[in-house]
Design a protein around this ligand. Structure first.
Ligand SMILES: *Cc1c(COP(=O)(O)O)cnc(C)c1O
Length: 496
């Protein structure tokens, strides 16, 4: 029986995986969820003998059950290839007290590559399976990393156009340079005068605009989303949790069946939710530790059962986590209320109307069985980067440092000696200014590429190709618009 997908806000309709991938988000504004959790076919021992692509197939075939083996392997083999700078795809290092699972060896040196290298292929195959003749227009709001990873994934793919919106001034200089130098005749990049939530809300409003949708349909286009709400992004992320377990088993670090923890630097809640999906298909996971930066809406939720976005938005040194509405959290809320779509829709309506909602004690208990919240201040992040480098020589980026710092606090306050994996989401070369300042204690005002060289001198860590490639690349995108003008920019892009 195929796994079917239903909206978190309306249980009455079911879609196949390929239909849900093309659609991105449900018409009612809800997110697609599998109607049940499948189980891994192979034992963990057997999985430990497979390479990344092998594990990817074993995991994705469970959720994308309407894809043929040939279709899925075509997607996997095109995604996880020499774009990654290591055959292992996701190498792991033990440093101090935990394993660091490095998800930044893809073409844009951040974890978004794990899913966005495969999404364009999944989308192309899905469109073909469903006889969709219109060109797909991907609209994406980015807090920094998704944008470039989506541009890199979709540039030059036939039948697809992509438009990325980022908060002007809210992303790192390297992140911005990566985006505005993107080549390809099917791409557009726009800075908006607002923060990430404004960009995300703007994109959601365009998707929900019936009239505008009809207008673009008439011109031969249809919208889809590459944001982390698409199951075509969520499911590929389940793979590296499974692979990490298999890797530890292969290397004799754990025995089959041993539980492990993951600490995940969290923003939109997509990465950590994939960890939960891994647990649901049979990967032995004890705790998922949700690490927030100073935008600690999730940490406060774990403390109080109230999700409350009414607060000032803080610009931190971990911009990819500067988020007040963690979209994917809705999926956990939906599961925690027993897949009651009407009830979930009420919470989401409260969020929309008053900026907050309060879950029931039963729901909170369900969530607490697996999840633990923590947060790190800017000072803790900076101290952790320095301490880790000084004591071990290992350089971590600001996002990873949020997780590492939260893990240190967790160890201080618990007796948990479970083997733990820190999910490492970006190369330190993506956030050189903050990383270097943390290590040498100096405020750096130099050009970003000067800082790249300084960090290289200090750390001896090889400069990734992705950084060298953009050093002298020309700027191809310089549009900045008001948040109310996003729709006009899309219309211009499509020639309407
Ligand atoms: C996107 C991102 C995160 C947050 O991941 P979510 O899935 O949004 O929770 C953390 N770190 C980096 C470097 C990212 O790019």
């Amino acid at each position: 029986m195929d796994i079917l997908y239903k909206s978190t806000r309306d249980n009455s309709k079911s879609l196949t995986a390929s239909q849900a991938i093309v659609k991105g988000i449900a018409d009612d504004g809800g997110l697609f969820m599998p109607d049940r959790f499948p189980s891994l076919d192979l034992s963990l021992e057997d999985l430990s003998k497979l390479d990344y692509r092998g594990v990817a197939y074993e995991v994705m075939k469970l959720f994308f059950s309407d894809f043929t083996e040939e279709e899925l392997k075509y997607c996997i083999n095109n995604a996880y290839d020499s774009k990654f700078d290591t055959d292992e795809i996701v190498p792991m290092s033990f440093v101090e007290n935990a394993y660091y699972l490095e998800l930044f060896h893809g073409s844009t040196i951040a974890f978004k590559d794990m899913a966005l290298s495969i999404l364009p292929y999944l989308m192309k195959v899905s469109a073909k399976k469903n006889n969709i003749s219109e060109d797909i227009v991907i609209l994406t709001a980015t807090s920094g990393d998704t944008g470039k990873a989506a541009l890199a994934g979709f540039a030059g793919v036939d039948g697809v156009k992509i438009c990325v919106f980022y908060p002007k001034g809210g992303v790192s200089a390297i992140q911005e340079k990566q985006m505005v130098t993107q080549v390809g005749n099917n791409v557009k990049v726009v800075g908006i005068k607002g923060n990430f939530d404004d960009a995300q809300t703007g994109v959601k409003n365009i998707f929900a605009d019936k009239e505008f949708n009809e207008k673009i349909n008439a011109a031969g286009y249809r919208f889809s989303s590459a944001n982390s709400i698409n199951i075509g992004r969520l499911i590929p992320q389940v793979v590296y949790y499974t692979y990490a377990y298999a890797n530890l088993l292969r290397n004799g670090k754990i025995e089959e069946g041993d539980l492990i923890n993951f600490v995940v630097p969290t923003g939109n809640f997509g990465n950590i939710l994939a960890g939960y999906f891994a647990k649901c298909i049979g990967v032995p996971i004890n705790k998922l530790i949700c690490a927030s930066n100073e935008n600690k809406v999730l940490y406060d939720f774990f403390e109080t059962s109230v999700y409350d976005r009414n607060r000032d938005f803080v610009l931190t040194t971990s911009p990819s986590m500067d988020i007040l509405i963690s979209s994917n959290f809705e999926r956990l809320v939906y599961l925690s209320c027993g897949k009651d779509a009407a009830k979930n829709a009420e919470f989401m309506n409260d969020l929309k109307e008053s900026g907050k909602y309060n879950v029931t004690a039963d729901m909170k208990r369900f969530i607490d069985e697996t999840f633990i919240g923590g947060f790190a201040s800017e000072k803790m992040v900076s101290d952790k980067i320095k301490k880790t480098f000084d004591e071990t020589g290992y350089v971590i980026d600001t996002h990873t440092a949020v997780a590492a710092s939260v893990f240190d606090e967790y160890l201080k306050n618990s007796n948990d000696d479970t083997t733990t994996v820190i999910v490492s989401t970006a190369s330190p070369y993506k956030f050189t200014r903050a990383v270097l300042s943390s290590i040498d204690g100096i405020r750096h005002d130099e050009d970003d590429f000067v800082l790249v060289d300084k960090l290289n001198e200090l750390s001896k860590l090889e400069i990734p190709k992705a950084v060298n490639d953009i050093r002298n690349a020309p700027i191809l995108h310089d549009i900045v618009c008001e948040k109310q003008e996003m729709k006009d920019e899309v219309a211009k892009f499509l020639g309407l």
